[in-house]
Design a protein around this ligand. Structure first.
Ligand code: SF4
Length: 237
């Protein structure tokens, strides 16, 4: 069974789980990132930077570890691209230690921000460039793969780029949308079937993550899953 089409899955998940408020950013005067359901405004420069940092720091680690690293950076006053570029490497490594692979990630943060600084005076300006060339440019940065690049484009840049992750592939296979594991194939499949909308793409990705957290785990908990009726795997189990 092929399962419900992506648009129907999206509508049901949104109505059952609600807007997810991705990507979480630290509010003015706050110390940690928070989710902001229903807010879809393009991020400010400071918010875009925090999203970029989070997208790189979250590689191979849980988000709770990233939150601690972002809180440490904020407490240390490392809240601008310039301050992170100026920071001594060892100090930066200490500040982001909780996110794991901290030496590699400190190097990647500096490489990314230096790359951005050479391209444009602000992240917002850089992330406003023509999309295809910009995505290629992002993918040319050491440590930036398709998921990181697309997360930055969608959430930091407010650009209509669909983010695929391991949960999207797992859930898509179980529903019956696709059988392979390729990032590009899954992205193409979903983009062809959903409205080209930043809001829809932002919510869809976040809802997929929520579904994977609460129901579609490694061992799926299909009883009670909001889309069981429209899922190839769930309707058989
Ligand atoms: S939890 Fe079960 S029913 Fe829900 S999407 Fe995953 S496999 Fe399908």
């Amino acid at each position: 069974m092929r399962g419900w089409p992506p648009g129907r899955v999206y509508a049901v998940l949104l109505s059952r789980l609600g807007p997810q408020g991705w990507w979480p950013v630290t509010p003015r005067g706050g110390s940690r990132p928070v989710y902001r359901p229903g807010r879809y405004a393009r991020p400010t420069e400071g918010e875009a930077l925090e999203i970029v940092l989070g997208a790189i720091l979250t590689q191979n680690t849980a988000w709770t570890n990233v939150e601690r690293a972002l809180a440490s950076l904020r407490a240390a006053g490392a809240t601008t691209s310039a301050s992170i570029l100026r920071a001594d490497r060892r100090r930066l490594e200490r500040l982001i230690r909780s996110s794991g692979y901290f030496r590699q990630k400190a190097a990647r943060l500096k490489i990314f921000l230096e790359h951005a600084r050479r391209r444009a005076p602000t992240l917002r300006r850089w992330l406003s460039r023509p999309l295809d060339a910009l995505r290629k440019d992002l993918l040319s940065v050491n440590g930036v793969g398709p998921e990181t690049a697309d997360s930055i484009l969608l959430y930091a840049g407010g650009r209509p780029v669909f983010v695929v992750d391991a949960y999207t592939l797992r859930i898509g296979r179980r529903i019956g949308w696709f059988s392979g594991e390729g990032y590009d194939d899954a992205q193409r499949y979903l983009v062809r079937r959903l409205p080209r909308s930043v809001t829809v793409y932002q919510e869809f990705h976040a809802l997929v993550v929520a579904l994977a957290k609460y129901f579609c785990r490694t061992e799926p908990v299909c009883v009670g899953c909001p889309i069981r009726e429209g899922c190839g795997h769930g309707s058989r189990s």
